[in-house]
Design a protein around this ligand. Structure first.
Ligand SMILES: [Zn+2]
Length: 473
């Protein structure tokens, strides 16, 4: 492990900034103070801002292959198109994970939660290759294999019509076995790779699958991740399926709180657009974390999540890019910006609005809290692990000199990440990822794709009429 000292660097201090030295010893922050003695390598922090690394707390890495081309559809039809053209080659999974990691790192993220779409029949291979990609880059990875046990059409409300659905191609038990095997093979939190249980959501999962995930989560101490009430259709579907809201149901079956080990913050829920006040109270009570994916919610017309209400209820909120097919980038700073200022139009009381400093805390400590590691990560605190990002304040997009965090969150920063470390290991230096060959990655992404504008999803053609009827369009 390389020890180092960042000298004369700007850090946030209460409502101001301070110029300090930061010592990193054995992967941890050992001291933060002006005029420290240099331990290990000296790093010049002059005119740079040091922040804890952000969490890209919800994404799907293999969606990289379809960014830019997805039709202008709401989630349910978008998903049908996405799956008709899903990448089926493990090498594509590898490259998609590398690309996701690189873009996350270069926009301030040092951790990624990959709700990883599995290639049918090659599920463990998919997980293995994503683990390989993230390990090579050195980003902290939370791999949440995306599982379901109902077929796609079951995710749309039936309405007045009687709908029948094909059974899912793999049994619930077989799916749970895959996850348990993935935990045995790859769950190594101390080495920067964690496996999460991650049923995709109430729209495509039975109670048996949720219950199996809860059981694995308790047995192996795994965090839980799921989509929740992303669309109006899902709100409708929950009423059809359970006769109550999805949140009430998830609480009833025990997915939200950890009944065995006392209350633990380890459930993160992506989107949370269509919750009512009673649902919000339940998320607060169970200390669930909301992962806000503002760009995806806009792109798919899902709605504006009531983030200010969540914050007022005391719910922990953090940010995600969501997959690159519904965003269509992995720029975390962009998600943080839009995810903050979007809500100024939802509440006229400006005292509730999210400030740039609050946004930074949501993106860093908020992510750590959701993954039950706030004691180890998420802030510049002596004793915490050194997942750090150094921003170049002389970059044109951060000039002239005003408030560095204001410039970073409210501006449109480009190429501003100078350096990044995960667990004290430097993986970005001079604005470049040092652990993998990014030029080669670019070449591979280029060679394995082509300019494309026209394609037709057969599944969309089959589903669209029913969707329009049931959504009264
Ligand atoms: Zn998602």
């Amino acid at each position: 492990m390389v020890n180092f000292t960042i000298e004369n660097v700007l850090i946030a201090a209460s409502d101001d900034y301070a110029t300090v030295d930061v010592q990193i010893v054995d992967g941890r922050i050992a001291a933060i103070s002006p005029n420290l003695q240099v331990i290990g390598t000296a790093i010049d922090g002059k005119n740079k801002l040091l922040l804890p690394g952000f969490f890209n707390a919800h994404t799907h890495s293999s969606e990289m292959w379809q960014r830019g081309i997805m039709s202008v559809f709401p989630l349910e039809l978008w998903l049908a198109e996405l799956y008709d053209f899903a990448p089926l080659d493990p090498e594509q999974i590898y490259l998609g994970a590398l690309g996701t990691a690189v873009e996350t790192l270069l926009s301030g993220g040092t951790s990624v939660v990959d709700h990883l779409v599995l290639i049918p029949g090659l599920e463990l291979e998919t997980i293995a290759i994503a683990v390989r990609a993230y390990t090579e880059v050195g980003i902290r990875a939370f791999i949440a294999p995306l599982i379901q046990d109902e077929s796609l059409t079951a995710g749309i409300p039936s309405g007045e019509s009687a709908q029948s659905h094909e059974p899912y191609f793999r049994s619930t038990a077989a799916t749970l076995e895959i996850i348990e095997e993935a935990v045995r093979q790859f769950h190594r939190p101390d080495e920067g790779v964690s496996i999460l249980v991650a049923p995709t959501g109430i729209q495509l999962c039975t109670d048996a699958l949720f219950e199996g995930c809860i059981e694995l989560s308790d047995r192996y101490n795994l965090c839980r991740h799921s989509h929740l009430l992303e669309t109006k259709a899902q709100e409708k579907l929950a009423q059809e399926k359970y006769g109550c809201t999805a949140v009430t149901h998830l609480k009833r079956i025990g997915f939200l709180s950890d009944v065995y080990n006392g209350l633990r913050q380890r459930t993160t829920l992506a989107h949370c657009v269509w919750l009512n006040d009673a649902d919000i109270a339940i998320l607060a009570e169970t200390q669930s974390t909301v992962v806000h994916n503002p760009l995806s919610n806009l792109r798919l017309g899902s709605g504006i999540a009531p983030i200010l209400k969540y914050r007022q209820a005391g719910i922990n909120v953090t940010f995600g890019c969501d997959g690159a097919s519904s965003n269509d980038s992995q720029d975390l700073l962009e998600a943080i910006k839009i995810g903050s200022i979007l809500h100024n139009v939802t509440d006229s009381d400006y005292q509730h609005w999210i400030t740039p400093r609050q946004a930074v805390e949501m993106a860093s400590l908020g992510g750590a809290k959701g993954l039950n590691i706030a004691d180890k990560l998420g802030s510049l605190t002596v004793g915490k692990q050194a997942d750090l990002v150094l921003y170049d304040l002389t970059n044109l997009s951060l000039l002239p000199r005003t408030d560095p965090i204001g410039l970073l969150v409210l501006g449109r920063p480009t190429n501003v990440v100078d350096s990044a470390w995960v667990n004290g290991k430097q993986i970005v230096a001079d604005g470049k990822v040092t652990t993998i060959n990014v030029d080669q990655l670019r070449q591979e992404l280029f060679n394995r794709s082509q300019w494309e504008t026209k394609r037709k999803s057969e599944t969309v053609a089959q589903m669209e009429a029913h969707y329009r009827t049931v959504m009264e369009l």
